[in-house]
Design a protein around this ligand. Structure first.
Ligand code: ZN
Length: 320
């Protein structure tokens, strides 16, 4: 990639659309706007085109080689089509083709977690590894697989959904319709559910001191109560680490990447979760090794947009 070249990355979220102008992984400028979901896909695509034009004006004569987009939902990166995006209320939107019509640049579309995985692999916590798996812990569990430096998306880009591997048959219900998925135990939503349940069962727990009411419980509540040495919080924490660990061992056993990179709000806890997770994964991974490094993401909230921009460099993958 020559020095006077740059790419634009766009991360479409449920509340905001973030866009960045990137050259060799360095963010030169960024622009964000709220996601106007109610206005429908055509308005959002027009808004994205507006962001791209603003960033172009800031490119100081550099050549923009393309635009990468990370979008939530079921994406087909080969056709550039958003097949379904529940959060955006989209079905079969030809996002890449419509955007290309408006801006003229080649467009590379991918699932948002895959884009973030690629960003971390190229420029973030995974840059020293050729094989890594990114797991982002939020409302659900997002994931992306990097094999030999390339993003592995599966047939029609519908693979790499590690959040929907069952870790307990017949267990907690999942948004996908199955029961017992990794996501149904390890997402922030699941952690909040388990914290609330524990509070209701244990009126004396210090969890009540931290959250005041069950409506105020968030992904941090349990960690704050563990710091207060609360027994109930410790048992919620230990169960959460065990279930998250089970999912990570499944990743280690099926792909044996060099590293698993964790993203999302829970990762702000750093070593508090990493230490017991490393121990669990080392203990239960099949065979004698090599061990899988477990670390937190380093690009934080920019991983999706930077990763989307990085996808542009992956030229053979342009859908339109
Ligand atoms: Zn599921």
């Amino acid at each position: 990639m020559q020095k006077n070249m740059c790419q634009i990355g766009v991360d479409i979220g449920g509340t905001a659309i973030k866009s960045v102008l990137v050259s060799s992984g360095q963010v030169l400028a960024c622009k964000s706007i709220p996601t106007d979901i109610e206005a429908g896909p055509d308005k959002i695509i027009k808004d994205i085109a507006g962001l791209i034009k603003e960033l172009k004006e800031l490119s100081e004569g550099r050549v923009i080689t393309g635009v990468g987009i990370g979008c939530p939902g079921a994406i087909n990166s080969k056709t550039g089509m958003v097949d379904h995006a529940y959060n955006l209320k989209w079905d079969f939107v030809p996002l890449a083709a419509k955007l290309r019509e408006l801006v003229g640049y080649p467009i590379r579309l991918s699932n948002d977690a895959n884009a973030a995985a690629f960003g971390e692999a190229r420029y973030g916590a995974g840059k020293n590894y050729k094989n890594s798996v990114f797991v982002t812990i939020g409302t659900g569990i997002g994931s992306g697989i990097i094999i030999d430096g390339k993003l592995y998306e599966g047939n029609q880009s519908k693979g790499a959904e590690i959040g929907h591997i069952v870790i307990r048959s017949g267990g907690e219900p999942c948004t996908c319709g199955r029961r017992g998925c990794f996501e149904a135990y390890s997402s922030a939503t699941s952690l909040i559910r388990d914290t609330v349940r524990a509070m209701k069962k244990n009126p004396d727990s210090k969890l009540w001191q931290v959250a005041k009411s069950v409506d105020q419980v968030n992904g941090k509540t349990v960690f704050d109560a563990v710091m207060l040495n609360d027994k109930t919080a410790k048992s919620v924490f230990n169960h959460y680490i065990k279930m998250l660990g089970e999912g990570l061992v499944n990743i280690a056993n099926s792909l044996r990447p060099e590293a698993i990179i964790l993203g999302g709000g829970v990762c702000a806890q750093g070593e508090v979760i990493l230490k017991p997770l490393r121990k669990f994964v080392a203990k239960y991974s099949f065979g004698d090794g090599p061990m899988v490094d477990i670390l937190t993401a380093s690009l934080k909230n920019d991983a999706g947009a930077i990763g989307a921009a990085a996808l542009v460099e992956w030229e053979e993958q342009f859908p339109v």
